[in-house]
Design a binder for this molecule. Sequence first.
Ligand code: NAI
Ligand code: HPV
Length: 409
Amino acid sequence: MAKMSLDKDKIKIVLLEGIHSSAVATLNEAGYHNIDTYKTALPEEKLIEVIKDAHFIGIRSRTQLTRRIFEHAEKLTAVGCFCIGTNQVDLGAAQEHGVAVFNAPYSNTRSVAELVLAEAILLLRGIPEKNAVCHRGGWMKTAVGSYEVRGKTLGIIGYGAIGTQLSVLAESLGMKVRFYDVVTKLPLGNAQQIRNLNDLLGMADIVSLHVPELPSTKMMMGADQLAQMKPGAVLINASRGTVVDIEALAASLESKHLSGAAIDVFPVEPRGNDDEFLSPLRNIDTAILTPHIGGSTQEAQENIGLEVAEKLAKYSDNGTTISSVNFPEVALPQHGEAHRLLHIHKNIPGVLTAINRVFSDNNLNICSQYLQTNEKVGYVVLDVDSGDSDLALEQLKQIEGTIRARVLF
Ligand SMILES: NC(=O)C1=CN([C@@H]2O[C@H](COP(=O)(O)OP(=O)(O)OC[C@H]3O[C@@H](n4cnc5c(N)ncnc54)[C@H](O)[C@@H]3O)[C@@H](O)[C@H]2O)C=CC1
Ligand SMILES: O=C(O)C(=O)COP(=O)(O)O
């Protein structure tokens, strides 16, 4: 059997938060069997213990990978976010520790868009309240305040992968789509971009949020913005809990300024299904509350499991970083008989010269070389003759600015 740089059974992979079994199957197929799985996110201290000797970790939206976690994760090579959002990971700290982060940018967009569309219909018919009343033995048969979505204006905030998908589906139901985005976007179908957020809020019957969690989107729907919405309009948030001021939303629903809301994400979410969900919206019948399940369908989870597991296996097997969210992206061919050196370093002057010096001083041949840098880190991949890799790796590790170096063969 060919000698491996690191026996795949020694490569420890930890998958948290009930990641779909397609991930384990994909990793097994790629030869990785040392996999620990957990159904929930873990408290910080437990996470530190578990991650200490892990080479790869898979998480979803709940696990917070803080700088402190990266400081303790000595062997960690890459993180797989088995979801779209990567705000739960300190991407800067990951980069500084030479840890590549991957996600699944598209696999659950359709699931979110379908849920939002269904909620738009339910909200305009006043179903959440009528449903709650029925459960309590009441009967609220009335057409007052009930509307079709046909002909109504859907205001989408954040016209990215999910926003555009929603736009297309909503138009097929006869809705008018208007959107607000900080970037100029190609409107699909008959959608129109509105340049001012308040203008959009003032014209929409339904406002749906599809922005990432960023400093600029934090609390972007506060009391003032909710007040700008049309009386009787509804708000849908399946983006991130920090985007909406939840207390202000509760007040707006209680005062009946908004006739309803559908909220999937919350400023504080339970770690797992056994923890209590606390929210000022719990007693408000006009609100649909869902436990962050916008992307939780069998189709999405299976695809995500496959997609992210493949990215992790590829990075482990040959160093490819394509679609990493925090790392210079390099697509690498197989390295055949050659040994492949991977050198991750701070993007400071002199590192490349020092790398080249290792090869010239020792009279070593480089078969192929790949380089990509971003603002903070550089990623150099060098394919070398098998007999040269030990010496080269040893010396590459000594170069000032080196974050991490490993060899694959
Ligand atoms: N509820 C759930 O289960 C899920 C939630 N999500 C959340 O949805 C978010 C959006 O997902 P995608 O559409 O795939 O992201 P995306 O990155 O494709 O689109 C986001 C859009 O928001 C725009 N944007 C950024 N800052 C903005 C601002 N301040 N104002 C207006 N627009 C702004 C961007 O220009 C971009 O067009 C994710 O970041 C994630 O947090 C994603 C999947 C499932
Ligand atoms: O994809 C995302 O960003 C989500 O919010 C979905 O998160 P989840 O994997 O369901 O914890």
